[in-house]
Design a binder for this molecule. Sequence first.
Ligand code: ATP
Ligand code: MG
Length: 444
Amino acid sequence: MNVFICFMFISVFISQFLTFDATPNNLILSVHQSSSLATAPIPSIADSSPGVQPISTSHKSNSSKKIVIGLTAACLTGVILVLIMCLMICRRKKIFRSSKIRANRLDQLRGLPLSSFITRTNSTFKQTSLQPSVTVMDYNLLKTATNDFQESEILGSGGFGRVYKAQLDHNLLAAVKKLDNQSIDARKEFQTEVDILSKVHHPNIITLLGYCVHDETKMLVYELMPNGSLDTQLHGPSCGTNLTWQCRMKIALDTARGLEYLHEHCKPPVIHRDLKSSNILLDSKFNAKLSDFGLAVMDGANKNIKLSGTLGYVAPEYLLDGKLTDKSDVYAFGVVLLELLLKKRPVEKQKQVPSEYQSLVTWAMSQLTDRSKLPSIIDPVIRDTMDLKHLYQVAAVAVLCLQPEPSYRPLITDVLHSLVPLVPVELGGTLRVAENRVAAALEP
Ligand SMILES: Nc1ncnc2c1ncn2[C@@H]1O[C@H](COP(=O)(O)OP(=O)(O)OP(=O)(O)O)[C@@H](O)[C@H]1O
Ligand SMILES: [Mg+2]
């Protein structure tokens, strides 16, 4: 369009140039020519009337030259503009083709249009999508992407199988969870995971890129989370050294945001039912996302569901009476808060009697409210690195979340609001601290 306007402008300019050149000389030339047709002999300068300019031959040839130059310039400009337009069209086509190739390549991984997925991964926050969108992926492509499910590509393993790193495209990495478990429960969980993750989209909830069913093999394909799970970060080889106090608070805030979305913004509300540190995944910037929705239930559809979850995270009323509400997730969140503060597993073998297990909640509850004891039980990696007032506040939130009586526990929205002021603005909260201190706070 711009080129077209430019072309019009230059054309008008050239036509103006030619018109200027034609008057008065060319006009006079035509007057003279018509008069010369009437009177055969060419009048001399002396013969010419005073009102009419005499035309000399050199003047004539000058005018002709100008016309020729003008026309040549116009032609050249036209050719240049046409060339520019061709170049622009070619460039646009090339860009369009390369994005189409990328989309087609991903389309091959499945069957459904991938455009919905691309917009989905680019979006920041969306309310529950009414249109489920998920891609069915081709088995052979996933096989190639994971180097034939090679051991070296394993990211971790859980109750349902292994998780592999996959290179889907030049710049598209993914995590492929291959389900080995063929039980009815496993199939149900697979179905629930696909159903729920194709509908819920939020920055703090893992993105399901697609799934694959090949004979008895089932696979789920997620966005890759380069920093693995909170569980591996805390209890794996790095022993929590990558996680500063600020970073831990950000992880807690992100987790609360993910849960709040499920409880308050999804219709019907979703109860995760398996919140734990291994289901909190961390991207390259330690943004936390909730994963594993296989046990999740839509609130209201929670009648007669089988007791499930992970020991140490299950709320007492659910464990004892099968009573499931959003407050069960709040309890599990309280356990995750304890893990972040104390770097202890929710259920640990007792040092003195290894055959017996100790519940983290039982062990920590009394010490969390004791201000003199609390700093001494904190993970040594972060001990003395935080404002003590903030530590007491987080401990108080944890104590509330872990109340045995569900109605005494706060809603996740309340938890979220109490955490926001403890996280620096740069990390998604409202706490104002010097920029260099935030940068330092993120570095282990
Ligand atoms: N999207 C992902 N990106 C990177 N790593 C991942 C991803 N999903 C899972 N993992 C890794 O794979 C591990 C196993 O995950 P999986 O969900 O199968 O089991 P789990 O949550 O550890 O245990 P469980 O089966 O008891 O729920 C995780 O702990 C994590 O380290
Ligand atoms: Mg998991």
